[in-house]
Design a protein around this ligand. Structure first.
Ligand code: AMP
Length: 281
């Protein structure tokens, strides 16, 4: 596995791969790798000749009061796991390498962003599309892999690629969970022992909502109220949101039908967890 930190070098390697007729699968991450990231690599490995992973904690997608400084990092462990998973090229740039001191052009997401995490994290997705635009140009992937755990990110990146005619296929990968149902996340390390025990209730609340829909409930407020009630009964953490929206448009609906996402976010003492279920009715 090659480890690269310069934009020039990663672009040269990607161009060489392309010139020799190899397809490129790209897995962008912020590191502190876990089973979720590795599921993306596994799928990329199956579908491409060359797998590039990036590890970059992107400062411009964090708000001033968010956890950029505290975000967990372990470069040595990440290198080992990436190599074992079959990554061919690991791109680990510094912030100075990725961004000029003064950027003259910025990007702004105008749809699919004022709901869910976007509503609570203004500018977050502007930072996400900016870094991905740069990474797509540098790594020139045929396919890029995104976890559905971050379903709003998947929806916005799909729109980015569609609106700006990027020549890359965005491949969704199902959420990897612990046996308890808890979605695996780098931020889970910041749960206390007691919170970790209770955190699976987040997924179970969404399963309850899904069950109500399967039983024939179509009133969105009744469904989201049931999810909220379950969370209140099982957790003391603050509920950021519970929403049932169309997917991937992320528009509000009053009747549950068609492709939908049921999503929730909760704030524990030092970790904010998100989860969702995507379904059709
Ligand atoms: P992150 O490092 O948190 O930015 O995540 C990098 C990629 O891994 C994103 O596409 C995430 O959606 C994906 N990912 C994170 N956790 C999981 C998980 N539990 N299952 C599947 N994909 C995941």
């Amino acid at each position: 596995m090659k480890i690269i930190s310069s934009k020039h070098d990663i672009n040269q390697l990607a161009k060489q791969s392309k010139a020799s007729g190899k397809s490129i699968g790209f897995v962008p991450t912020m590191g502190f790798l876990h089973e979720g990231h590795l599921a993306l690599v596994k799928e990329a490995r199956q579908e491409n000749d060359c797998v590039i992973m990036s590890i970059f904690v992107n400062p411009i997608q964090f708000g001033p009061s968010e956890d950029y400084d505290m975000y967990p990092r372990d470069a040595e462990r990440d290198k080992k796991l990436a190599k074992e998973a079959g990554v061919d090229i690991l791109f680990m740039p510094s912030v100075d390498e990725m961004y000029k001191k003064k950027q003259s052009v910025k990007m702004m997401v105008t749809e699919r962003t004022n709901r869910l995490c976007g509503a609570k994290r203004p500018m977050h997705f502007d930072g996400v599309v900016m870094v991905l635009t740069k990474l797509f140009h540098l790594t020139i992937p045929d396919r890029a892999y995104f976890g559905l755990k971050d379903a709003q990110q998947f929806a916005i990146v799909s729109a980015l690629v569609d609106d700006f005619d990027f020549s890359v296929e965005i491949v969704p990968v199902n959420t990897v969970r612990e046996p308890s149902g808890l979605a695996i996340s780098s931020r889970n390390v910041y749960l206390t022992a007691e919170e970790r025990q209770k955190a699976p209730a987040l997924y179970h609340s969404l399963l309850l909502g899904k069950k109500r829909i399967a039983e024939g409930e179509t009133d969105v407020t009744v469904i989201t109220d049931a999810v909220n009630d379950y969370l209140h009964q099982h957790l003391t953490a603050k509920i950021d949101y519970v929403e049932l929206l169309s997917f991937p448009e992320l528009e509000t609906i009053s009747v549950a039908s068609g492709n939908m996402i049921l999503a929730a976010a909760i704030q524990f003492s030092a970790a904010r967890l998100i989860d969702n279920i995507i379904m059709e009715s």
